[in-house]
Design a protein around this ligand. Sequence first.
Ligand code: GLY
Length: 421
Amino acid sequence: MNKIKNIAVIGSGGREHAVAWKLAQERGQESVFVLPGNAGIPNSHSIDASNFGAVQSFCIKNKINRIFVGPEQHLADGIVDYFKDSEILVLGPDAASAKLESSKIFAKEFMKQYGVATANFRKFNHIPDAQKYIQTKTNGMVIKLDGLAGGKGVFVCDTVTEGLEALQVLSEKYGEVDFIIEDKIVGDEISIIGFTDGQNIQLLQASQDHKQLLDGDQGPNTGGMGAFCPVPEWNESLAQDIRQRIIDPTLKGIQAEGMNYRGIIYFGIMVSKEGPFLLEYNVRLGDPETEVLLPSLKTNLTDLMEATLTGGLDKMELEFEDGFFVDVVLASGGYPGEYVKGLPISIKKDDSLIFKAGVALEQGQLVTYGGRVLNIVAHGSHLAQAIQKAYQSIQEVHFDGMYFRKDIGQRKNNFLKNYSA
Ligand code: GLY
């Protein structure tokens, strides 16, 4: 197998900044190119990463022979397949395997076939059939569009009325589409993310995302308002249950299907009073989980990527920093709805870990350019200290309309607390 030269990280958000930051610490900034990146990520290059030919030319010109893919879309579009016979190795599953994320129906059928613990579901493409079915779902339901929708194709509904309303929105927005309706599972949601070669898996620390806009997990869903790791309630019996009920059957399924899967797998898990259930697979790192998971990873990410791609993953023993990491997302006022772009960002003391997402440069000034603008990351020996440090660092940052949640890391986790296998 060819030796690693330079690396391209594909994507443009806080997740990709965290990946590039970690790789650059290990290999030097000049060896890590980000495509297209953003104005806040060093060594960013405005290449259209959905044009695989352009990515290939850039890689050849810059002696890049490894690609670390951030967003799922490029994997679903077949970037791994495109580089199949090339010297350039791409971390991720091929397009057929990426259906674990890009098709909710494929994923649920896979889970059922291989005995992965998950909620019961039915698939639909006819609204009147779904309306009839919803009338029977008095304990809540989750309606999920089959294809990728950037997190906007999932409707969590507590009542029949909410379910019928969600169905209306779905049909108005997407027309005649395939979708599923699954039973709603009540519990605490955690993210378990690992690197797999299809046979073995190495897990990062357990983390939690805060998807809703407002404190107390209220308001509309967003791309993520903050994250923390590790999860304080994590314990050996929960780890074992997740392994037996979710991870091991998934690996068996990947092998039985003969999937070409050398990359990252993300298990979105709900821990309920009946145990852990898989909500979804993603085939890439989570955002904003990555912004805490990579600072917490002591092991070289380069080595982990290389072992996943070329062998030796089974022999690795991952090491993690002591203590806790917290990421608070600073968002544009109005996000996830309409917001103004181009507002100047001032960072008084840039000595905290800040992963930049929706930013641009205008006449040498860093300005807002997206909904989620900055990720402020802090480390503490205990969770409360990490939280306090993150919010202290936020006082050094300003842009007009800046919005952030005040309760990142303070989730109650009642089901995790009560968990016993
Ligand atoms: N944090 C959720 C996701 O990346 O999909």
